[in-house]
Design a binder for this molecule. Structure first.
Ligand SMILES: [Mg+2]
Length: 338
């Protein structure tokens, strides 16, 4: 059995070895013997022992020296050693043995019952130590597996986020969702001959806000603004989306320019009312937002992105004219018939 523990018995008197072997018969361990410290050390290189029974009195290298060498080696540093000694119970000798790394003592002539029970205790300790080491290795393996799984999950989550239609921070529709809705509503409006309106909104001096208050505060600000970007005037088909960093859009089917301006104005006031302190704003003490509104009855020769461009131009005008305001598309923005 590969799991059978091994005990090394070291004694320079072969007869003692024979006695010990017979006393330990049936203890559930493979018994190996050595007649010198040197032989014991070389056996240590070939075998992994659970316990050493080490004779103290040996010529050349005695038990203490052998134990000291075992303690010095990484592989045998924690190997339990029971000294077997014929010396009387002299405290000085015993202390020296413990310093050399003994965990216990047996005195010759060896009492068979004491020998067996001590050996059994050490074998049980060793069995538990090995079990713990195996469990710990298994646990390490599981932790590695879990970490790998976590990585996979994170990657899958990132992919899901990219595919998702919601902006993770604000909970509004994301740009992808907006682009899809724009295509759909554009076609629907064209079929029905109804106006489609787009509001583009942008937080004023947001870069400065992040610079002054940090990105965490910046994110909190985006969440607050997003919450009021759902204007109370909104109908089920209307869509509020986060377009980019601090840019938001409202897509308003079957709404004319005036209706879009109304909604934009509503949100502009709501943002003002949030009274978010903004020391980096050059137009007032609080955070504000600028809006550009564009509206068109879609026609074949136009592209949905034209609506985005025109609303964006209007937003640019709002910024140019001093921010915290709603501006609208210029005359003839969509060519004749707009
Ligand atoms: Mg001896």
């Amino acid at each position: 059995m590969p799991d059978t523990p091994k005990i090394l018995i070291v004694d320079d008197t072969p007869a003692n070895l024979l006695v010990m072997e017979s006393l330990l018969e049936g203890v559930g361990a493979q018994l190996l013997t050595a007649t010198s410290g040197q032989q014991a050390l070389s056996l240590m290189l070939e075998h992994e022992f659970s316990l050493v029974l080490l004779d103290v009195q040996m010529p050349d290298m005695d038990g203490f020296e052998t134990a000291t060498l075992l303690r010095g080696r990484k592989q045998t540093r924690h190997l339990p050693i029971i000294f077997v000694t014929a010396i009387g119970k002299d405290d000085g000798q015993i202390a020296r043995g413990y310093e050399a790394g003994a965990v216990d003592y047996l005195f010759k002539p060896v009492n068979p019952h004491i020998l067996r029970s001590k050996v059994e205790i050490f074998l049980e300790l060793d069995r538990q130590r090995r079990l713990l080491a195996r469990k710990s290795a298994e646990l390490d393996h599981k932790v590695k597996e879990l970490l790998a799984l976590k990585k996979q999950l994170e990657a899958a989550n990132r992919q899901l986020n990219e595919l998702s239609l919601t902006d993770a921070l604000t909970g509004l529709a994301n740009r992808r969702c907006f682009q899809e809705a724009l295509q759909t509503e554009w076609r629907r409006a064209m079929r029905c001959g109804q106006p489609l309106t787009l509001v583009m909104a942008d937080i004023d001096f947001f870069k400065q806000f992040n610079d002054i208050y940090g990105h965490v505060a910046g994110d909190e600000c985006l969440v607050k603004v997003a919450a009021v970007a759902r204007s109370p005037l909104m109908r089920p088909a209307d869509l509020a989306a986060r377009y980019g960093g601090e840019e938001f859009v409202l897509l308003l089917p079957n709404t004319d320019l005036e209706g879009g301006v109304c909604q934009a104005e509503e949100i502009r006031l709501a943002v003002e009312k949030l009274a978010i302190v903004h020391e980096g704003s050059t137009i007032g003490p609080h955070l504000t937002m600028s809006f550009g509104v564009a509206s068109v009855v879609p026609r074949r020769e136009l592209d949905p992105m034209d609506l985005v461009c025109v609303a964006d131009k209007a937003l640019y005008t709002a910024k140019e004219r001093g921010r915290n305001q709603v501006d609208v598309q210029g005359r003839g923005a969509f060519g004749s018939g707009a």
